[in-house]
Ligand binder design. Structure first.
Ligand SMILES: Cc1cc2nc3c(=O)[nH]c(=O)nc-3n(C[C@H](O)[C@H](O)[C@H](O)COP(=O)(O)OP(=O)(O)OC[C@H]3O[C@@H](n4cnc5c(N)ncnc54)[C@H](O)[C@@H]3O)c2cc1C
Ligand code: FES
Length: 326
């Protein structure tokens, strides 16, 4: 699959703090009318980090609104700085954005839909809730947050769902048990999930354990959060006989490409597998942050998606022998 992007300049029309750590931005593109877009669409935004241009993806919140595109950005304190950059922008600021891209597909014929969100993963779920509610679907929403103060869009969701919304606030000791949630669903139900990688792994295991078809679990993950801390690691290139250091704030893909070891990429968020290369040896541990490889492939550790995945220690790779994954 190719991820085709059309870029347009845009203006930040308004901002609003939804929680202490989540800020909403209303963006109006130049010269393009804000037309309806599929639920679950996201846009890319050009950000500047340490003087370098980069891009970050943001889900569109809610159904299309003629005023502009609405996004909500969580300020990630321990990060490369894309969210910090956006938080530094005030109304009137000019940015570049893509037109909406839709990769998340819902089966609108389903009567029962279970929605699951973790933290900032609520952003694509708001529009899905609105669209499903309008169609009269039987919806339940399970929303896990650290504390109620961190829960964005609670008013909108409570109005739409009433008692069909359950908030699991960690600081109140209220934990989301996905096994119990999935076991209680009618057989024809599908689930739409958006949350961190660790929670997605739990959802996939619980869904399979409940004997449900994996195609009925649709998910979006915002990528990049792994199981190990984000720290520098070393990559040895077997063919070239060189070793490079991947700093904590850069991806393996960018470092290898900047050093002239060309690695192909497409989605740059761990979904398509285009950037996968062969791993020959691991002195440490790989932190797979993609959603492309199966559990078995991750355990085997013979390939790595260099756009998002990282490691601890030193890994030896072969950039010339691309993994046969596409
Ligand atoms: C389809 C899609 C939709 C998204 N929608 C939203 C949304 O609605 N709202 C929102 O706030 N975010 C969303 N994101 C995430 C967003 O694109 C950014 O990743 C986020 O804002 C953090 O960017 P950052 O540069 O501040 O942090 P990043 O550096 O990208 O850090 C994010 C996390 O990755 C870890 N990390 C730090 N450095 C690295 C590194 N070098 N390599 C890999 N990981 C690292 C950090 O521990 C941190 O927790 C979405 C992502 C995708 C792919
Ligand atoms: S470029 Fe798509 S998984 Fe890395």
């Amino acid at each position: 699959m190719r991820y085709i992007e059309s870029w347009t300049p845009a203006t930040i029309v308004a901002t609003r703090d939804l929680t202490p750590g989540i800020r909403e931005f209303l963006l109006r593109p130049d010269c393009v009318a804000v037309e309806s877009y599929p639920v679950g669409s996201h846009i890319q935004i050009g950000v500047t980090i340490d003087g370098r241009p980069q891009t970050r993806c943001y889900s569109l919140v809610g159904e299309a609104d003629a005023q502009g595109y609405r996004i909500a950005v969580r300020r990630a304190p321990e990060s490369r700085g894309g969210s910090r950059y956006l938080w530094s922008l005030a109304p009137g600021a000019r940015i570049n954005i893509t037109l909406p891209i839709s990769l998340l597909q819902l089966d609108w014929s389903r009567r029962h839909v279970c929605l699951v969100a973790g933290g900032i993963g609520i952003t694509p779920i708001v529009g899905a809730t609105q669209a499903l509610a309008r169609r009269g679907a039987e919806i339940t929403l399970h929303y896990a947050v650290r504390s109620r103060d961190d829960a964005a869009y609670l008013n909108v969701l409570e109005t739409l769902l009433g008692r069909r919304l359950t908030v699991y606030a960690g600081d109140e000791g209220h934990r989301l048990d996905l096994g119990t949630v999935f076991a209680a669903l009618p057989q024809d139900a599908m689930t739409l999930f958006c949350g961190p990688m660790r929670m997605l792994d739990a959802a996939r295991h619980a869904w399979e354990a409940a004997g449900r078809p994996i195609a009925d679990l649709r998910y979006e993950t915002f990528g990049s959060s792994g199981l190990l801390p984000t720290e520098a690691f070393r990559v040895r290139l077997k063919q070239e006989g060189v070793e490079v250091v991947i700093p904590h704030d850069r991806t393996m893909l960018d470092v290898l490409n900047d050093a002239g070891h060309e690695v192909m990429s497409d989605c740059r968020r761990g979904e398509c597998g285009v950037c996968a290369i062969d791993v020959i040896d691991v002195d440490g541990e790989i932190d797979h942050r993609d959603v492309f490889f199966s559990d078995r492939e991750r355990r085997e550790g013979r390939k790595i998606c260099v756009c998002v995945s990282r490691a601890r220690g030193t890994i030896t790779v072969d950039t010339l022998r691309r993994a046969d994954v596409i």
